[in-house]
Design a protein. Structure first.
Length: 347
């Protein structure tokens, strides 16, 4: 034992004699703790922090017991009791702090992943829209120059060019509207005026708007309903959801194919399903259908009828459905796909 009356030199001598014995008992515990930490390197942060707290405490226990020769004197008993009380306080604190830090780390990692995914989506959107805008702009410019230079002089040709310029302008306007709607959704600036909306009227209006396109492609559009529920939502936004889904189905269904809109009720949800004849979506791409600017390959490549926009329709539909506290999903079914929208029924 080191006495308080000893000189500093005598204390150093005692320390020099105690050090090998303390290291002999404490180092094995520290090494075992290091191995445990290495084994837990991919485990939870709370467990790692708990081990980090326990290792020095156990090493201290071992060193004190070794130096005392396992002679449980009152001084040794008091020291061990103090160490035990410290462990009772610090170990639960380490667990709580570890879990808090782990949650924060997970949240930060997910936030970084969302930020990277959002940045990648923005880059893809800019690339897709830039590509899509060039095509109608180039056509408008070429036709306008032809009219201005007098290359086209016949009244019939002039009327045809004017009609085509009008069509390309409508495409550009549609792209701009889609971008504006998507920006409102992603920025959280979408404000819905909720009311009781009969799905019969919404679907009837949406199908009427797509009749001309369906006839142009010779695609048959059918409607079937187990009943016609009333949902809680905003009429214009719900109409746009159905219109986007039906337009997408018509665009990817081959001539003489069929697009079917089925309406039913499932518990507290109204279900609107749109089935097409697109040929199916590859399993490795089906999870990306609602991504911004997604186009797909082969079976779902856009047509060249002038109705194709920037690949934003499904992304907008997903955002609008989620704004209504609903869900939207897609699966391959038969010779095509089935898009299913679930919306809460009106109270």
């Amino acid at each position: 034992m080191i006495e308080p009356s000893e000189s500093f030199h005598d204390m150093l001598v005692h320390v020099w004699h105690i050090l090998p014995l303390a290291l002999a008992f404490a180092l094995p515990v520290a090494l075992v703790g290091g191995l445990v930490l290495y084994w837990l390197r991919r485990g939870s942060l709370a467990t790692t922090l708990t081990v980090l707290v326990l290792v020095p405490m156990l090493a201290t226990f071992a060193g004190v017991l070794g130096i005392s020769g396992f002679m449980f004197t009152p001084a040794l008993t008091t020291m061990l009791l103090v160490c035990l009380l410290v462990a009772v306080v610090t170990v639960p604190a380490a667990i709580v702090l570890g879990r808090a830090i782990a949650r924060r780390s997970v949240w930060e990692r997910e936030a970084r992943q969302r930020e990277r995914a959002g940045e990648a989506a923005r880059r893809d959107l800019v690339a897709w829209i830039s590509h899509d805008l060039r095509s109608p702009l180039a056509g408008i410019r070429a036709m306008a120059e032809a009219l201005a230079d007098g290359i086209v002089a016949e009244p019939r040709e002039i009327a045809d060019y004017a009609h085509r310029i009008s069509g390309e302008t409508e495409r550009l306007s549609g792209m701009v509207n889609d971008l504006f709607e998507l920006s409102r959704i992603t920025a959280g600036a979408l404000r819905l005026t909720m009311s009781a909306v009969p799905l019969r009227e919404v679907i009837s209006d949406a199908l009427a708007a797509q009749t001309a396109v369906a006839e142009q492609k010779n695609v048959h559009v059918r409607t079937a309903a187990d009943d016609w529920p009333v949902v809680s939502g905003s009429d214009p936004e719900l109409a746009r959801v159905v219109r986007n889904l039906v337009s997408n189905a018509i665009r990817h269904t081959p001539p003489d194919g069929t697009v079917e809109v089925h309406v039913s009720t499932d518990g507290r949800d109204a279900v609107v399903a749109v089935a097409d004849g697109c040929g199916g979506i590859p399993e490795d791409e089906i999870g990306r259908v609602f991504d911004v600017a997604y186009r797909g390959t082969q079976a779902r490549t856009p047509d060249h009828t002038g109705t194709t926009r920037g690949g934003l329709g499904l992304a907008i539909a997903k955002g609008l459905v989620e704004a209504h506290h609903g869900r939207i999903a897609v699966q391959n079914q038969g010779a095509g796909c089935r898009f299913e929208v679930r919306l809460p029924l009106a109270a």
